[in-house]
Each structure stands twice: as structure tokens, then as C-alpha cells.
Ligand binder design. Sequence first.
Ligand code: GTP
Length: 384
Amino acid sequence: MDPITLIVLIAALAVLAVVVGGVAFLRPGRRKTPPPPPPGEGTAGGAGTGVLEREAAPTATAPPVEEAPPAPAIELPPPSAGRLVRLRARLARSQTAFGRTMLALLSRDTLDDEAWEEIEDALIGADIGVAPARQIVEDLRTKVQVLGSRTPGEVRELLKGELVAQIGPDLPRGLRTEPHGTRPAVLMVVGVNGTGKTTTCGKLARVLVGDGRTVLLGAADTFRAAAADQLVTWGSRVGAEVVRGEEGADPASVAFEAVKQGVETKVDAVIVDTAGRLHTKTGLMDELGKVKRVVEKQATVDEVLLVLDATTGQNGLRQARVFAEVVDVTGIVLTKLDGTAKGGIVVQVQRELGVPVKLVGLGEGPDDLAPFEPEAFVDAILGE
Ligand SMILES: Nc1nc2c(ncn2[C@@H]2O[C@H](COP(=O)(O)OP(=O)(O)OP(=O)(O)O)[C@@H](O)[C@H]2O)c(=O)[nH]1
């Protein structure tokens, strides 16, 4: 091939290459796929290319994802220590009339027989009971004679000493809530309906959770379905499971299941709410006795707490006595102390039933249940 033909051939090949390359470069569908749009973009149509719109289409038409309802927030109640001091204003409101009367009477210049009688009447009026009232008056008379003249501070200390002594500062008031190895502590709550029994179970669960324990609630008050519903509400607020049965189910079987589940799930404490119908003493004895027996097949019953409404006075005390006769009560929960000026019931109920008041209810709020402390109680009655 001569050089001229060769040059012409090379030039023709070069032109061909440029034409083919240019066509290839201009062909559609060879572009790199762009990066996915940031969330929320590129799915709404509008300015995007056809490819992007087609790819985004499934997302745009996907059924809306149903949002799960927000889980209820689990509350962490405050610890129980010092609660009575924090709640003393509740007591003061209802009790200071008694405290003020007593201090005024004892501060009189002359304390004659009539004055001492008035003091005794004021004590009896506060539901302290006749025998303890007489005892207090007798002691105070002797001390006042020894003292001679009395300053208001001395009068207050004298009275405080007498009231605390009658309440019994050394009675064992601690709740037994420690688990036994892998077995939970079991607390049974008994008492007449309407005294605040179910509310007490709920508040007690909060007390224990606030003190760092895990709790399971047993709704063995199968007589009133609303009581179980109430417990479920209390439990859900602090993350405590509730074992309940059908309305009218055997209370003992619910209590058994509750303790069984408590053992299996290794909670620290099981609180069992019971029905408090005062049908007949034998019926009550059978029912509570059976509940206790079946529970004891799996765990020790550490506390049987009797709930008593402080506003019901003698009548409430009479009913409470029936419970104390059919089960071995280990402690009293005195509710509604915020609604009575008769705080002396603490003294009477302990004497009558022979068990210490361990907890007091001072309102309808969830954390208005406090461990009972005699000194703080008397301080609240007498005012600071
Ligand atoms: N003021 C005040 N009210 C209280 C206290 N304790 C409970 N109550 C109220 O008393 C009412 C009765 O309480 P419940 O717990 O339903 O009574 P219960 O004894 O369980 O009654 P049953 O479930 O029928 O056995 C409720 O309105 C409570 O809020 C308290 O210490 N102070």
C-alpha cells in the first residue's frame, strides 16, 4: 500500500471512531444511578426524573405504618423512710384541735380536780380509750406535782412523753418484706370492705417499689371485680404484675396462683388482697384460713395486715376484732387518719388487738401511706 492510501485509510478510521464514540456517549440509560435521596425527599414527585419516580412509587403507596401506643411510663415512687414527717401536715390539720386543747388545759395556773377531769375527757374524746386516758392523767398529775410551776415547753414534753409511752415506742413496726432466698415474701391484706384495703395494697406496692423491691399483686378479692381492676391500675403504674381470677372464682386459688407466679418470676414480694365480706364469722374464718393455708404450701406468709378505717371508731374496731380472731394479724394499717381528729384510736386499737400499727393512711394520693413512727405522730398532733 502506498503512503497516500495508508494516510487516507487512517483518517477514515479516525473519523469512524469519533462518530461511533459520540453516538455511544449520547445513548440514553447509561447514566450512573444517582445516590438515593435523603429521607423524605424524592418520593413526592415533581422535579425528579422518570426513573427516580418509578423507584420511589412503592414507598409512596405503602400502607401507613400503625404506630404502637406509647408504653405507659413506669413511675418510681419515693422511698418510704421519713414519709410520716413529710405528711405530718395532713395529721396536723385534723388533730391539732386535740393537741391545742390538751396543752391549754395543762398550762392552767391551777390544776384542780375539775381541770384533770376535763383533761381526761379530752383524751377519751380523741378515742384513746378509757383505761389509757386514766393512766395518762394519773401519771401527769404526779409529774406536775413534782415539777411545781410549769413552762409551756415543759408541759409539751410531759404530754408528749405520756402519749408516746401509751403508743409504745418499742413495738416492732418494721414490715417483713425480705424475700427468703428464691422465695418471695408474702403479705396478706385483710379487713372490712370500704376501709381502704385495695387502695392499701396498691399504695403498699408503691412503698415496696420505692424501697427497691419487685412486687406482684394477687387480686384474691374475687367478690368485687372492680377491686381487681383497681389493682391492675395500681400495678401498671409501678410495673407490678397482677394475678386475677374470674369474678366469683375461689379466692384461695387466685392467691395460690399469685404466689406460684411470684416464685417463678422471682419477685421480692407478693401482696395478696382478700375479700372482706363479714357474712358470718365461720364463713370468714373458712375463707381467710383457706387462702392462708394454700399460700403456705409454697411460701411463708410474712405479714397479715389488717386494714382499719380510723374514722369508724368503735364500730370499726368491733369489726376488726372479728378478723383478728380468725387470722393471726401481724400488723395494723390505720387508714384515713387525715380525716379524723381522733388520732387516739392508735392507742386503743393496739391495746384491743394486741398488734402494732405498722402503716398509716394519710390521704387518697398514691404516696399517702407511711410507716408509722410514734414520735413523729405525737409531734404532729401537738404541733412543733
Ligand atoms: N382520705 C383518705 N381516703 C382513703 C385512705 N385510704 C383509702 N381511702 C379511700 O377510701 C375509699 C375506699 O377504698 P378501697 O380501697 O376501695 O376500699 P376497700 O376496703 O378495698 O373496699 P373493697 O375493695 O370493696 O374491699 C377510696 O375512695 C380510697 O381512696 C386514706 O388514708 N385517706
